[in-house]
Design a protein around this ligand. Structure first.
Ligand code: HEM
Length: 131
């Protein structure tokens, strides 16, 4: 049973969503594309007119890495203070999610992993939307 023993030693827990997404480099690539999509999205790009985009990108990667079980620590502000006063509506939120899904599609992230990631981000909506 040597092969079984080895299997148990190396694979005794299911891979995290972080691992299934392809770890740091893949998350960075998706976030890059996501930000490109948002920048081109005239429904919502005006929100980001004065935003420090490299900083936002770094924080989004940290946040997704940490939330999916990766070895990162999110160093940004909480979602309520980050978005306070911006007047983000449900339509704005849905537009941003569309831009994220388009980025995930572009990198061929499978439906199960997409659903799982959106299941983590979706519950943040009440802290982000003000209407
Ligand atoms: C689940 C959805 C979202 C997540 C995970 C998210 C995440 C973040 C993060 C991590 C930051 C940086 C926090 C910091 O500055 O310390 C941020 C900032 C920001 N977010 Fe979001 N966000 C979401 C939805 C939205 C939506 C829907 C909009 C507008 C359409 C938006 C607009 C902004 C803007 C404009 C900033 C920068 C604010 C500033 O420069 O002070 N976000 N967001």
């Amino acid at each position: 049973f040597t092969s079984c023993d080895k299997e148990e030693e190396t694979k005794d827990t299911d891979p995290t969503l972080y691992e299934r997404l392809g770890e740091q480099a893949a998350i960075e690539a998706v976030v890059d594309q996501f930000i490109t999509n948002v920048a081109a999205d005239t429904r919502i790009n005006s929100f980001f007119a004065t935003t420090d985009i490299p900083r936002l990108k770094r924080l989004l990667v940290e946040q997704i890495c940490q939330a999916t079980g990766g070895p990162c620590e999110y160093t940004g502000r909480d979602m309520k203070s980050s978005h306070a006063g911006l007047g983000i509506t449900t339509d704005d939120f849905n537009a941003l999610v569309e831009d994220l899904v388009a980025a995930l599609d572009e990198f061929n992230v499978p439906a199960a992993e997409q659903t799982e990631l959106l299941g983590i981000l979706g519950p943040l909506a009440p802290d982000i939307i003000e209407e």
